[in-house]
Ligand binder design. Structure first.
Ligand code: ITT
Ligand code: MG
Length: 201
C-alpha cells in the first residue's frame, strides 16, 4: 500500500487525514509513527510559513516526501483571532477545552449575526531537493454559544456549518472531510498532485 507521511503530532488531524487519504489508497503515518521526538517550533506568523517550516524540517530529517498542515480558526469579531495561535490560544499546554472556553468568553457579548468565522488550512508538500508546494482550503461557519457534538477535535464543537445545519463535531470523519478546510486543501493537492507524492516508500 502507498504511504503518506504527515508531519503532525495532532491525533485529531491524523484522523481527518485518514478519512481523506484512505479512499485514495494511502496509509497515513504521522510523526507519532515515524519520528516522535521531532517537534518543530512554529515561529511563522502565517499558516503558510508554519506549514512550510514543518514540512521542510521533517522532509530533511527523514529524507523523504512529507506533508505538513498548519491550520486554525479565524473569528471576525476578534479581528481574525486566534488564527495561527489557535493551538496555543489559552496557553502553551495546547488544551482544546481551555481554548474553546476562552473563545466563548471573548464572544459572550457578541450577537449571533456577528459570530462569523472560518477554519483555514495550508498544506505544504516537501521533499529533499524539490521545490515545496502549498495548497490552501477554508470552511465558513458561525461560532455557537456552547458546545455541540463529540466528534472531531479542537474547535469543532463550537463551529456551526450553516450549509449542513450542524456543528462540525456532529459530523462523521467522512462528512467533515467532504466540506472541511482540510478536505478542500487536500482536493486541490490531489488535483495538481506533484508526481513525486506517488513515491512508494
Ligand atoms: O502542528 P501540529 O503538530 O500539526 O498540530 P497542532 O495541533 O499544533 O496544529 P496547528 O499548529 O496547525 O494548530 C492548529 C489548531 O487549530 C485548530 N484546528 C485546526 N483544524 C481544526 C479542525 O479541523 N477542527 C477543529 N479545530 C481545528 C486546533 O485547535 C489545532 O490545534
Ligand atoms: Mg502546531
Amino acid at each position: 500500500m502507498k504511504k503518506v507521511i504527515i508531519a503532525t503530532q495532532n491525533k485529531g488531524k491524523a484522523k481527518d487525514f485518514e478519512a481523506l487519504f484512505s479512499p485514495l489508497g494511502y496509509e497515513v503515518l504521522t510523526l507519532r509513527d515515524v519520528a516522535e521526538q521531532l517537534d518543530v517550533e512554529e515561529t511563522g506568523v502565517t499558516f503558510e510559513e508554519n506549514a512550510i517550516l514543518k514540512a521542510e524540517t521533517v522532509a530533511e530529517a527523514l529524507q523523504t516526501v512529507v506533508i505538513a498542515d498548519d491550520s486554525g480558526l479565524e473569528i471576525d469579531a476578534l479581528g481574525g483571532e486566534p488564527g495561527v495561535y489557535s493551538a496555543r490560544y489559552a496557553g502553551e499546554q495546547k488544551n482544546d477545552d481551555a481554548n474553546i472556553d476562552k473563545v466563548l468568553e471573548n464572544l459572550a457579548e457578541v450577537p449571533d449575526s456577528e459570530r462569523t468565522a472560518r477554519f483555514r488550512c495550508v498544506l505544504a508538500v516537501a521533499a529533499p531537493g524539490k521545490q515545496t508546494e502549498t495548497f490552501s482550503g477554508s470552511c465558513e461557519g458561525v461560532i455557537l454559544t456552547g458546545r455541540k457534538g463529540d466528534q472531531g477535535f479542537g474547535y469543532d464543537p463550537i463551529f456551526y456549518v450553516p450549509e449542513i445545519g450542524k456543528a462540525m463535531a456532529e459530523l462523521s470523519p467522512e462528512e467533515k472531510a467532504a466540506i472541511s478546510h482540510r478536505g478542500n486543501a487536500i482536493r486541490k493537492l490531489e488535483s495538481s498532485m506533484p508526481d513525486w507524492l506517488e513515491t512508494e516508500k
